[in-house]
Design a protein around this ligand. Structure first.
Ligand code: XMP
Length: 327
C-alpha cells in the first residue's frame, strides 16, 4: 500500500461539519480496505487510539477487536472508563486484559529508569501479541498514528512504531485512519464521534504511565499513593476550573521517607510532590502557580486521604533544567 500523505492544501479540521466530512470519507476508505475481514487494535484509552476505535466501530462494528491491556500503571478510573465507553456504550468487541501482576512482578526491584521503560514496553508487546495469537482470522492492525508522528519519524526524532513492534511472524496490514491529522483535529473528530470530553481533551499521559511517577523501584503501596494523590489532584483541578486550562499536572511519590507526627505518634512516610506546568511545545515549560487556598486544601486532602504520605511539596522548577516527568 502506498503511504497516505496529508495534502498540502488540506483545510484544518476545526468544526463539527469538517469532522463529519472526514469521518464519512474515512468510513468509506476503511470499508474499502478491510472488506469483511477483522481488524485488531491496542486500545489504551488515550486520545489517538480511542478516536481510531470509535471510527472503526462506526465503519465495521464487530469486525474490530479492541484489546485493552491494563499494565497496572494507569490512572484511577481509566480501565473502567475504557470498558464503560467502548464495551457498554459503543458495544465494541473489547478484550480486557488485567496484566497488573505480570508487569509489577517484572518491575519489582528495578530502579533504573530506562530499564523500567524497556520492561514496560516489552511486556506490553508480549501481552498484546499473546492476545493476538488467540484470535483467528485477523489480517489488519489499526494504529493511532498521527501526522506529527510521521513528520518526527521522517526527521529522525522519533522511531515510528510501525506495527507496534510486534514479533516478526505477526504480519498485519496497517489501518491508520487518523494518520494525516494533527492532534487538535483528532480531538475535534473524537468529539464528533461522541467520545466523552475527559477522554478527548485529556492531558498528555506517558506510555509507561504512573511508573515514571514512582521513581526508583516501584512498590505496590507507593504506586497506590501516586494513583490516589493523582486522583485527588485531578478532582480538585476540575472543581476549581483548571482542567483544560493547565497543560499537564500530576503527582510524584519519590522513594525516600522523612519523619512526621500524627495523633501524637512519630511517622516515617513518603512525601508527595505536585507538578503543574504549561507549555506549547514541551521543549520549554513554565510552572503554574496555584492559589494558596487551593494548595492548603490539596495538602489537607492528600495527607489525610492517602496512606503513606506525611508531606506535600510543590515543584517550582521550569524546563529547562527540569524535565516534565521525573524519569
Ligand atoms: P519530559 O519529561 O521529557 O516530557 O520533559 C515531555 C512530555 O512527554 C511526556 N512523556 C512521555 N510520553 N511516553 C509518552 O508517550 C513516554 O515515555 C514519555 N515520557 C515523557 C511527558 O508526560 C510530557 O508531556
Amino acid at each position: 500500500m502506498t503511504e497516505v500523505r496529508r495534502p498540502d492544501d488540506m483545510i484544518r479540521i476545526t468544526t463539527p461539519e469538517l469532522a463529519e466530512a472526514f469521518i464519512d470519507e474515512q468510513i468509506a476508505l476503511i470499508r474499502e480496505q478491510v472488506g469483511e475481514k477483522k481488524v485488531l487494535l491496542a486500545l489504551s484509552g488515550g486520545v489517538d487510539s480511542s478516536v481510531v476505535a470509535a471510527l472503526l466501530i462506526r465503519a465495521i462494528g464487530q469486525q474490530l477487536v479492541c484489546v485493552h491491556v491494563n499494565h497496572g500503571l494507569l490512572r484511577k478510573g481509566e480501565p473502567e472508563q475504557v470498558i464503560e465507553v467502548f464495551r457498554n456504550q459503543m458495544k465494541a468487541n473489547l478484550i480486557y486484559v488485567d496484566a497488573t501482576d505480570r508487569f509489577l512482578d517484572k518491575l519489582a526491584g528495578v530502579a533504573d529508569p530506562e530499564t523500567k521503560r524497556k520492561i514496560i514496553g516489552g511486556e506490553f508487546i508480549e501481552v498484546f501479541a499473546e492476545e493476538a495469537r488467540k484470535l483467528e482470522g485477523i489480517e489488519f492492525l489499526a494504529q493511532g498514528t498521527i501526522w506529527p508522528d510521521i513528520l518526527e519519524s521522517e526527521a529522525g526524532i522519533k522511531a515510528h512504531h510501525n506495527a507496534g513492534g510486534l514479533p516478526e511472524d505477526m504480519k498485519f496490514e496497517l489501518v491508520e485512519p487518523v494518520r494525516i491529522l494533527f492532534k487538535d483535529e483528532v480531538r475535534v473528530v473524537g468529539k464528533q464521534l461522541g467520545l466523552p470530553d475527559n477522554m478527548v481533551y485529556r492531558q498528555p499521559f506517558p506510555g509507561p504511565g504512573l511508573g515514571v511517577r514512582c521513581p526508583g523501584a516501584i512498590t505496590r503501596d507507593r504506586l497506590e499513593a501516586v494513583r490516589e494523590s493523582d486522583a485527588i489532584l485531578r478532582e480538585e483541578f476540575a472543581k476549581n476550573g483548571l482542567e483544560g486550562k493547565v497543560w499537564q499536572y500530576f503527582t510524584v511519590v519519590p522513594d525516600f521517607k522523612s519523619t512526621g507526627v500524627k495523633d501524637g505518634k512519630r511517622t516515617f512516610d513518603w512525601p508527595c510532590i505536585i507538578r503543574a506546568i504549561n507549555t506549547t511545545d514541551v521543549m520549554e515549560v513554565t510552572v503554574e502557580h496555584l492559589p494558596d487556598a487551593l494548595i492548603d486544601h490539596l495538602v489537607q486532602r492528600i495527607i489525610t486521604e492517602v496512606p503513606g504520605i506525611n508531606r506535600v511539596l510543590y515543584d517550582f522548577t521550569p524546563k529547562p533544567p527540569a524535565t516534565v516527568e521525573y524519569e
